[in-house]
Write a protein that binds this ligand. Structure first.
Ligand code: ADP
Ligand code: ADP
Length: 227
Protein backbone atom coordinates (compact mmCIF):
# COMPACT_ATOMS: atom_id res chain seq x y z
CA UNK A 1 0.00 0.00 0.00
CA UNK A 2 1.07 3.51 -0.59
CA UNK A 3 0.55 6.91 0.99
CA UNK A 4 -0.03 9.68 -1.53
CA UNK A 5 0.47 13.37 -0.82
CA UNK A 6 -0.19 16.34 -3.03
CA UNK A 7 1.71 19.01 -1.17
CA UNK A 8 0.66 22.55 -2.19
CA UNK A 9 1.02 21.87 -5.91
CA UNK A 10 0.82 24.62 -8.54
CA UNK A 11 0.91 24.54 -12.33
CA UNK A 12 1.47 27.43 -14.71
CA UNK A 13 1.82 26.43 -18.35
CA UNK A 14 4.51 28.12 -20.38
CA UNK A 15 3.10 31.26 -22.02
CA UNK A 16 0.15 31.52 -19.60
CA UNK A 17 -0.09 34.28 -17.00
CA UNK A 18 -2.55 32.46 -14.73
CA UNK A 19 -2.02 29.26 -12.80
CA UNK A 20 -4.07 26.32 -14.15
CA UNK A 21 -3.78 24.60 -10.76
CA UNK A 22 -3.19 26.47 -7.50
CA UNK A 23 -2.35 25.16 -4.05
CA UNK A 24 -3.60 21.61 -4.63
CA UNK A 25 -3.18 20.05 -1.20
CA UNK A 26 -4.50 16.55 -0.48
CA UNK A 27 -3.53 13.33 1.26
CA UNK A 28 -4.95 10.07 -0.05
CA UNK A 29 -5.46 7.06 2.18
CA UNK A 30 -4.89 3.41 1.39
CA UNK A 31 -7.22 2.04 -1.24
CA UNK A 32 -9.33 5.18 -1.53
CA UNK A 33 -11.44 5.99 -4.58
CA UNK A 34 -11.00 9.74 -5.04
CA UNK A 35 -13.05 11.63 -7.61
CA UNK A 36 -12.05 15.08 -8.86
CA UNK A 37 -15.13 16.88 -10.14
CA UNK A 38 -15.66 20.37 -11.56
CA UNK A 39 -16.46 22.28 -14.73
CA UNK A 40 -14.39 22.04 -17.90
CA UNK A 41 -11.14 24.00 -17.62
CA UNK A 42 -10.97 23.98 -13.79
CA UNK A 43 -7.66 22.11 -13.71
CA UNK A 44 -8.66 18.47 -13.19
CA UNK A 45 -6.64 17.03 -16.09
CA UNK A 46 -3.70 19.29 -15.28
CA UNK A 47 -3.61 17.92 -11.74
CA UNK A 48 -3.84 14.33 -12.94
CA UNK A 49 -1.15 14.87 -15.58
CA UNK A 50 1.25 16.26 -12.97
CA UNK A 51 0.68 13.17 -10.82
CA UNK A 52 1.33 10.96 -13.86
CA UNK A 53 4.46 12.93 -14.74
CA UNK A 54 3.11 14.04 -18.11
CA UNK A 55 3.40 17.69 -17.02
CA UNK A 56 6.05 19.30 -14.83
CA UNK A 57 4.99 20.62 -11.44
CA UNK A 58 5.64 24.38 -11.26
CA UNK A 59 5.70 24.52 -7.46
CA UNK A 60 5.02 22.05 -4.63
CA UNK A 61 5.64 18.32 -4.27
CA UNK A 62 3.92 15.12 -5.28
CA UNK A 63 4.93 12.34 -2.86
CA UNK A 64 4.45 8.58 -2.75
CA UNK A 65 5.29 7.06 0.65
CA UNK A 66 7.09 10.28 1.55
CA UNK A 67 9.33 10.22 -1.51
CA UNK A 68 9.21 13.31 -3.74
CA UNK A 69 8.26 12.06 -7.21
CA UNK A 70 8.39 15.36 -9.15
CA UNK A 71 11.41 14.40 -11.27
CA UNK A 72 10.71 10.66 -11.60
CA UNK A 73 9.97 9.59 -15.19
CA UNK A 74 6.34 8.51 -15.86
CA UNK A 75 7.31 4.90 -16.56
CA UNK A 76 9.12 4.65 -13.22
CA UNK A 77 6.20 5.96 -11.13
CA UNK A 78 4.23 2.79 -10.34
CA UNK A 79 1.18 4.62 -11.71
CA UNK A 80 -1.22 3.43 -14.43
CA UNK A 81 -3.36 5.90 -16.35
CA UNK A 82 -6.55 5.49 -18.39
CA UNK A 83 -7.31 8.23 -20.89
CA UNK A 84 -10.59 9.70 -22.11
CA UNK A 85 -9.89 8.83 -25.76
CA UNK A 86 -8.61 5.31 -24.81
CA UNK A 87 -5.28 5.99 -26.59
CA UNK A 88 -5.23 2.48 -28.07
CA UNK A 89 -2.78 1.66 -30.86
CA UNK A 90 -4.88 0.93 -33.98
CA UNK A 91 -2.31 -1.37 -35.63
CA UNK A 92 -1.96 -3.57 -32.52
CA UNK A 93 -4.26 -6.36 -31.38
CA UNK A 94 -6.14 -6.20 -28.08
CA UNK A 95 -3.49 -8.51 -26.58
CA UNK A 96 -0.64 -6.30 -27.82
CA UNK A 97 -2.36 -3.15 -26.61
CA UNK A 98 -2.81 -4.62 -23.15
CA UNK A 99 0.75 -5.98 -23.06
CA UNK A 100 2.32 -2.72 -24.28
CA UNK A 101 3.15 -1.21 -20.89
CA UNK A 102 4.74 -4.46 -19.74
CA UNK A 103 6.72 -4.91 -22.96
CA UNK A 104 8.31 -1.46 -22.78
CA UNK A 105 9.39 -2.40 -19.25
CA UNK A 106 10.91 -5.63 -20.59
CA UNK A 107 8.66 -7.80 -18.46
CA UNK A 108 9.04 -11.59 -18.71
CA UNK A 109 7.03 -12.85 -21.75
CA UNK A 110 5.28 -15.71 -19.95
CA UNK A 111 4.31 -13.44 -17.06
CA UNK A 112 2.98 -10.83 -19.51
CA UNK A 113 0.84 -13.47 -21.21
CA UNK A 114 -0.59 -14.59 -17.88
CA UNK A 115 -1.34 -11.05 -16.76
CA UNK A 116 -3.05 -10.11 -20.02
CA UNK A 117 -5.14 -13.28 -19.96
CA UNK A 118 -6.14 -12.70 -16.33
CA UNK A 119 -7.11 -9.10 -17.06
CA UNK A 120 -9.02 -10.18 -20.17
CA UNK A 121 -11.00 -12.67 -18.07
CA UNK A 122 -11.90 -10.00 -15.50
CA UNK A 123 -12.97 -7.59 -18.23
CA UNK A 124 -14.79 -10.07 -20.48
CA UNK A 125 -12.27 -9.69 -23.33
CA UNK A 126 -11.01 -13.27 -23.61
CA UNK A 127 -12.66 -13.81 -26.99
CA UNK A 128 -11.36 -10.53 -28.42
CA UNK A 129 -7.62 -10.70 -27.75
CA UNK A 130 -6.71 -11.10 -31.44
CA UNK A 131 -8.92 -8.29 -32.71
CA UNK A 132 -7.83 -4.78 -33.62
CA UNK A 133 -9.47 -1.87 -31.75
CA UNK A 134 -11.41 -0.83 -34.87
CA UNK A 135 -13.35 -4.12 -34.65
CA UNK A 136 -14.54 -3.47 -31.09
CA UNK A 137 -17.49 -1.59 -29.62
CA UNK A 138 -16.93 1.57 -27.57
CA UNK A 139 -17.41 -0.31 -24.32
CA UNK A 140 -14.96 -3.01 -25.36
CA UNK A 141 -12.36 -0.40 -26.30
CA UNK A 142 -12.76 1.22 -22.93
CA UNK A 143 -12.26 -2.17 -21.29
CA UNK A 144 -9.04 -2.66 -23.26
CA UNK A 145 -7.83 0.72 -21.97
CA UNK A 146 -8.68 -0.41 -18.44
CA UNK A 147 -6.98 -3.74 -19.11
CA UNK A 148 -3.80 -2.03 -20.20
CA UNK A 149 -3.78 -0.25 -16.85
CA UNK A 150 -4.60 -3.24 -14.63
CA UNK A 151 -1.97 -5.59 -16.09
CA UNK A 152 0.56 -3.17 -14.63
CA UNK A 153 -0.65 -3.86 -11.07
CA UNK A 154 0.30 -0.27 -10.17
CA UNK A 155 -0.18 1.24 -6.74
CA UNK A 156 -2.09 4.21 -8.12
CA UNK A 157 -4.61 4.30 -10.96
CA UNK A 158 -5.47 7.57 -12.70
CA UNK A 159 -8.60 7.74 -14.81
CA UNK A 160 -9.27 10.90 -16.83
CA UNK A 161 -12.95 11.03 -17.84
CA UNK A 162 -12.77 7.42 -19.03
CA UNK A 163 -16.50 7.13 -19.73
CA UNK A 164 -17.25 10.42 -21.44
CA UNK A 165 -17.23 8.93 -24.94
CA UNK A 166 -19.75 6.21 -24.10
CA UNK A 167 -23.53 6.38 -24.38
CA UNK A 168 -25.58 6.85 -21.19
CA UNK A 169 -26.53 3.20 -20.69
CA UNK A 170 -23.01 1.88 -21.14
CA UNK A 171 -21.69 4.63 -18.90
CA UNK A 172 -23.84 3.41 -16.01
CA UNK A 173 -22.72 -0.19 -16.59
CA UNK A 174 -19.03 0.73 -16.81
CA UNK A 175 -19.29 2.80 -13.63
CA UNK A 176 -20.27 -0.36 -11.79
CA UNK A 177 -17.49 -2.32 -13.48
CA UNK A 178 -14.87 0.24 -12.52
CA UNK A 179 -16.14 0.31 -8.92
CA UNK A 180 -15.90 -3.50 -8.81
CA UNK A 181 -12.42 -3.37 -10.30
CA UNK A 182 -11.38 -0.94 -7.59
CA UNK A 183 -12.76 -3.25 -4.89
CA UNK A 184 -10.97 -6.20 -6.38
CA UNK A 185 -7.58 -4.49 -6.81
CA UNK A 186 -7.68 -2.59 -3.51
CA UNK A 187 -5.49 0.15 -4.99
CA UNK A 188 -5.78 3.94 -4.88
CA UNK A 189 -7.87 5.34 -7.70
CA UNK A 190 -8.06 8.98 -8.75
CA UNK A 191 -10.90 9.51 -11.17
CA UNK A 192 -11.62 12.75 -13.02
CA UNK A 193 -15.09 13.66 -14.27
CA UNK A 194 -17.34 16.65 -14.83
CA UNK A 195 -20.34 14.42 -14.04
CA UNK A 196 -21.64 14.92 -10.48
CA UNK A 197 -23.71 11.73 -10.56
CA UNK A 198 -20.61 9.76 -11.45
CA UNK A 199 -18.76 11.40 -8.58
CA UNK A 200 -21.52 10.66 -6.08
CA UNK A 201 -21.98 7.02 -7.05
CA UNK A 202 -18.29 6.08 -7.27
CA UNK A 203 -16.30 8.14 -4.79
CA UNK A 204 -15.10 7.41 -1.27
CA UNK A 205 -14.17 11.09 -1.24
CA UNK A 206 -14.97 13.83 -3.72
CA UNK A 207 -12.66 16.74 -4.46
CA UNK A 208 -14.60 19.67 -5.92
CA UNK A 209 -12.40 21.91 -8.06
CA UNK A 210 -13.08 25.38 -9.42
CA UNK A 211 -10.81 27.80 -11.28
CA UNK A 212 -7.69 25.77 -10.54
CA UNK A 213 -8.35 25.38 -6.82
CA UNK A 214 -9.78 22.75 -4.51
CA UNK A 215 -13.04 24.19 -3.27
CA UNK A 216 -14.24 21.36 -1.02
CA UNK A 217 -13.28 17.82 -0.06
CA UNK A 218 -15.62 15.28 1.52
CA UNK A 219 -17.57 12.07 1.25
CA UNK A 220 -20.60 12.14 -1.08
CA UNK A 221 -22.86 12.26 2.00
CA UNK A 222 -20.97 15.19 3.50
CA UNK A 223 -21.01 17.19 0.28
CA UNK A 224 -24.42 16.54 -1.19
CA UNK A 225 -26.87 15.11 1.35
CA UNK A 226 -26.52 17.34 4.36
CA UNK A 227 -28.37 20.61 4.92
P1 ADP B 1 -10.12 20.30 -16.92
O1 ADP B 1 -9.42 18.99 -16.98
O2 ADP B 1 -10.73 20.57 -15.58
O3 ADP B 1 -11.10 20.48 -18.02
P2 ADP B 1 -7.55 21.38 -17.67
O4 ADP B 1 -6.64 20.93 -16.59
O5 ADP B 1 -7.55 20.64 -18.96
O6 ADP B 1 -9.02 21.45 -17.08
O7 ADP B 1 -7.27 22.91 -17.97
C1 ADP B 1 -7.10 23.88 -16.95
C2 ADP B 1 -6.65 25.17 -17.58
O8 ADP B 1 -5.33 25.01 -18.09
C3 ADP B 1 -7.50 25.64 -18.74
O9 ADP B 1 -7.60 27.03 -18.67
C4 ADP B 1 -6.71 25.19 -19.96
O10 ADP B 1 -6.93 26.03 -21.07
C5 ADP B 1 -5.28 25.32 -19.47
N1 ADP B 1 -4.38 24.36 -20.14
C6 ADP B 1 -4.49 23.02 -20.14
N2 ADP B 1 -3.49 22.45 -20.82
C7 ADP B 1 -2.71 23.47 -21.26
C8 ADP B 1 -1.53 23.54 -22.04
N3 ADP B 1 -0.92 22.42 -22.49
N4 ADP B 1 -1.01 24.77 -22.30
C9 ADP B 1 -1.61 25.86 -21.85
N5 ADP B 1 -2.73 25.88 -21.12
C10 ADP B 1 -3.29 24.70 -20.82
P1 ADP C 1 -10.13 17.97 -21.37
O1 ADP C 1 -11.45 17.55 -21.93
O2 ADP C 1 -9.41 16.90 -20.61
O3 ADP C 1 -10.16 19.28 -20.63
P2 ADP C 1 -9.21 19.32 -23.71
O4 ADP C 1 -9.97 18.84 -24.89
O5 ADP C 1 -9.51 20.63 -23.07
O6 ADP C 1 -9.18 18.17 -22.64
O7 ADP C 1 -7.66 19.34 -24.08
C1 ADP C 1 -7.06 18.28 -24.80
C2 ADP C 1 -5.54 18.45 -24.75
O8 ADP C 1 -5.17 19.79 -25.08
C3 ADP C 1 -4.96 18.18 -23.38
O9 ADP C 1 -3.76 17.45 -23.54
C4 ADP C 1 -4.66 19.57 -22.79
O10 ADP C 1 -3.53 19.53 -21.94
C5 ADP C 1 -4.39 20.37 -24.03
N1 ADP C 1 -4.85 21.76 -23.84
C6 ADP C 1 -5.99 22.16 -23.24
N2 ADP C 1 -6.08 23.50 -23.22
C7 ADP C 1 -4.96 23.96 -23.84
C8 ADP C 1 -4.45 25.25 -24.14
N3 ADP C 1 -5.09 26.35 -23.78
N4 ADP C 1 -3.28 25.35 -24.80
C9 ADP C 1 -2.63 24.24 -25.16
N5 ADP C 1 -3.03 22.99 -24.91
C10 ADP C 1 -4.18 22.84 -24.25
Amino acid sequence: MVQINLDHIYKRYQGNTDYSASDINLSINDGEFIVFVGPSGCGKSTTLRMIAGLEDITKGDFKMDGKVMNKVAPKDRDIAMVFQNYALYPHMSVFENMAFGLNIRKNDKADTKKRVEDAARILGLTDYLKRKPAALSGGQRQRVALGRAIVRDANLFLLDEPLSNLDAKLRVQMRTEIAQLHQRLGRNFIYVTHDQVEAMTMADRIVIMNEGRIQQVGTPAQLYNEP
